[in-house]
Ligand binder design. Structure first.
Ligand SMILES: [Zn+2]
Length: 179
């Protein structure tokens, strides 16, 4: 349990809860709050046990909500989607995204795919390409300017992604969709 707590292993969510004596707060194993000192941790089998021992639920992982009401994976994916909408035009690799969300890249990739059907990488790509489509049809910015604006580090990665999503090149797209 200590190990699961330290590495924030979401697979143990619902199987136990941990509380921290010094803060009076209890959490799910997956909670990204700072790893507490071992001597300050108390483990509980249920959220009710922790509550009745006087601990308050953490605001971040909301351990007092029932697992069936509280879909932590859904919430994590929602947080990830919000972050993507905010940062898609910056360098945003899976590990950066996972770091911002506060989960491991592997875990984020897995649950994101389960909930949305696509990986975070594909989601970011779609966002960037949709933005670039708008820019291509409504501005006279060059492809390279647009590539950088929507978060690509090279023109070739932009071209490849554009082709994957739209099946045409940026140039073709602009010719056919000029506004
Ligand atoms: Zn927590």
């Amino acid at each position: 349990m200590l190990e699961a707590t330290i590495v924030c292993d979401a697979n143990y969510d619902g199987t136990f809860f941990y509380a921290v004596k010094t803060t009076g707060i209890f959490c799910r194993p997956s909670c990204k709050s700072k790893a507490p000192k071992f001597e300050n941790i108390v483990f509980f089998e249920s959220a009710n046990d922790a509550l009745s021992s006087g601990f308050r639920p953490c605001k971040r992982c909301r351990p007092n909500l029932q697992t069936e009401d509280y879909d932590s994976q859904k919430e994590i994916v929602e947080i990830a989607v919000n972050i993507i909408h905010q940062y898609y035009d910056e360098k945003l690799h899976l590990k950066d995204l996972a770091y911002k969300v506060g989960v491991s890249p592997f875990y984020l990739n897995r649950i994101f795919r389960t909930k949305t059907g696509i990986t975070p990488h594909m989601y970011i790509e779609k966002m960037r390409i949709h933005k670039s489509m708008t820019l291509l049809s409504t501005t006279s910015l060059t492809s390279i300017e647009i590539a950088y604006m929507v978060g690509y580090e090279t023109l070739s990665s932009f071209y490849k992604a554009f082709k994957r999503v739209t099946n045409s090149s940026p140039k073709e797209y602009r010719l056919n969709n000029r506004k």
